[in-house]
Write a protein that binds this ligand. Structure first.
Ligand SMILES: *Cc1c(COP(=O)(O)O)cnc(C)c1O
Length: 243
């Protein structure tokens, strides 16, 4: 992994985004960079924001609450991008500008009632399990029309688009077909009009594959390791393992 500073990495990621956007005949300004900040300290997150990252995406509620209390996200927008348990919704609704990972009607309903109690409208994305993997969260493609239709009953949520994490791949370009499927889903459902739904954001693409995602219409990329370096996960034996 890169030994460059976070600021240098952010500059390099922005240059990659710009190049991919131009190659696709799109403006780089259309593409929102979300730094996936999991396992990085408040200090490192702040460094990324100083380097020009406009949005931070956090995966775990506990980590989000701790770092938020430390002021880690000051100066940036905050999104939730991990699996959200219904009993933790209160810690996220109204705190995050966008919850990218709504994966059931039940979760949407709980978010709606919390947002209603706060007197706000919570923006969300629907997460699609585009590879139909049992190990992943997200709804199946064919469940999307139903959840969008249900959103009409939830006046305190605003569905702003779709998010996906395609299967892990080790060959370049392997996810392009999944990104293309997401684009089709996004466009097909943009044409339909539902209350409380506006298909504005298509969140897909991570460190290894965001160029392909941009080529297929992504306008929100979630980038972790290309900004912060490889994440070091502690193991049971207390040895470091790099994933
Ligand atoms: C960690 C994470 C990312 C970023 O992954 P990298 O491969 O490190 O860029 C993007 N999206 C989600 C939901 C994540 O959890």
């Amino acid at each position: 992994m890169s030994q460059l500073s976070i600021a240098e990495n952010v500059a390099a990621v922005k240059a990659r985004i710009e190049k991919a956007a131009r190659a696709a005949g799109r403006s780089p300004d259309e593409i929102i960079l979300v730094a996936a900040t999991k396992m990085n300290s408040a200090e490192r997150v702040a460094e990324a924001i100083r380097a020009g990252v406009p949005v931070c995406g956090e995966n775990r509620v506990q980590e989000l609450v701790e770092k938020n209390a430390q002021g880690a996200y000051n100066g940036a927008e905050l999104h939730f991008i991990g699996h959200l348990q219904k009993n933790k919704v209160n810690k996220v609704v109204g705190v995050c500008g966008l919850i990218q990972s709504v994966d059931s009607i039940e979760l949407l309903e709980v978010i709606d009632s919390r947002a209603k109690a706060l007197g706000i409208k919570q923006e969300v994305l629907i997460e699609i399990n585009i590879g139909s993997e049992d190990s992943k969260s997200g709804i199946r493609e064919n469940e999307l029309p139903q959840i969008l239709a249900e959103a009409e009953n939830f006046s305190s949520v605003f569905v702003r688009g779709l998010m996906a994490i395609p299967p892990i791949s080790d060959s370049e370009g392997a996810n392009r077909a999944y990104f293309a499927r997401m684009r089709k889903l996004f466009i097909d459902n943009s044409a339909k009009k539902y209350d409380n739904v506006s298909m504005d954001f298509l969140s897909m693409g991570m460190s290894e594959d965001f160029e392909d995602a941009i080529a297929e219409g992504s306008n929100m990329v979630r980038v972790g390791s290309a900004i912060f370096g490889a994440r070091v996960y502690p193991t049971k034996t207390n040895q470091a393992s790099v994933l």
